[in-house]
Design a protein around this ligand. Structure first.
Ligand code: NAD
Length: 256
């Protein structure tokens, strides 16, 4: 493991335009479960039913039931050492240019990263599907606390409100996806953290990096389909290993 940490640190030292691609795994150490953790939220709320657009439209109460639990977890969560290491890589060294995330928990922004592309949207805002009025999540929380099981736009519109997260069956925001592709093509190193790389089209972005010859570091608890293409693979908890990689990188900088 020490050799791999050193190799990852060297890759970071030799790169000037680093992009991070993150998934639910980077936030599990902040207390937000990924889709595959045993005993987690998603065992009770199958995402293919509870996080799917047609079931949201026909049974919004199901989505909001799940959302009540998930939003409590997100609101109680704090950025963990992996989020902080990415913020340091941007602010202390200017090496990290962009974070492309599949997460909707806004922990990267809260950690301090400034250029965060949320390709699956964000739970920070919601909007009325009828009049498009936007709501901040604090307003939604208030509606839920007032026992509104399905938040609706205030009278007279009374439209259904939906968080600005992308549900299964919905199109990704193409402008954000285009920016993500541009960043991937500009990158000289892509660090992939906490993603099973099974959810498309998001998972096509690391493949694009690999096809364009970008060097890859993968940090994930379990193997992914991209492991054989990566320069370094670290099967470990992101919150434990990323600070170690960052420390090793700082030692290399201080020694040179
Ligand atoms: P995923 O659940 O498919 O995969 C997560 C991966 O992270 C797994 O391979 C797991 O082994 C790994 N992992 C778990 N904990 C880890 C840790 N501490 N360190 C390193 N690796 C760890 O997640 P995905 O690939 O992001 O795709 C699933 C979808 O889930 C995405 O669309 C995302 O929007 C959504 N999601 C988001 C959140 C969130 O915002 N925090 C939470 C759950 C699901």
């Amino acid at each position: 493991m020490e050799d791999k940490i050193k190799k990852a640190a060297e890759l970071i030292k030799d790169s000037n335009y680093i992009v991070a691609f993150t998934g639910a795994g980077i936030s599990t150490e902040s207390g937000i479960p990924d889709f595959r953790s045993p005993g987690g939220l998603w065992e009770r709320y199958d995402p293919s039913i509870y996080a799917e657009i047609s079931s949201f439209l026909s049974h919004p109460e199901k989505y909001w039931k799940m959302h009540r639990e998930l939003s409590q977890m997100v609101l109680n969560a704090e950025p963990n050492p992996a989020h902080v290491a990415l913020a340091d890589l941007e602010h202390k060294y200017g090496k990290l240019k962009t974070v492309i995330t599949q997460n909707v928990d806004f922990l990267h922004s809260r950690a301090g990263n400034t250029n965060v592309l949320e390709i699956h949207g964000s739970g920070q805002t919601a909007r009325c599907l009828k009049c498009n009025k936007e709501f901040h999540y604090t307003q939604i929380q208030q509606m839920l606390e007032e026992e509104q099981y399905v938040p609706r736009c205030p009278h007279p519109c009374y439209g259904l409100i939906k968080t600005n997260t992308i549900l299964f069956g919905e199109q990704l925001p193409w402008d954000v996806l285009d920016q993500a592709r541009e960043e991937i093509l500009a990158a000289d190193l892509l660090i992939i953290i906490g993603s099973s790389l099974l959810v498309y089209p998001a998972a096509a972005l690391p493949s694009l990096a690999q096809q364009s010859g970008t060097r890859l570091i993968i940090i994930n608890m379990e193997p992914t389909m991209m492991d054989s293409y990566a320069n370094v693979v670290l099967h470990s908890k992101a919150g434990k290993i990323l600070p170690k990689v960052f420390e090793a990188f700082e030692s290399l900088i201080n020694d040179s």
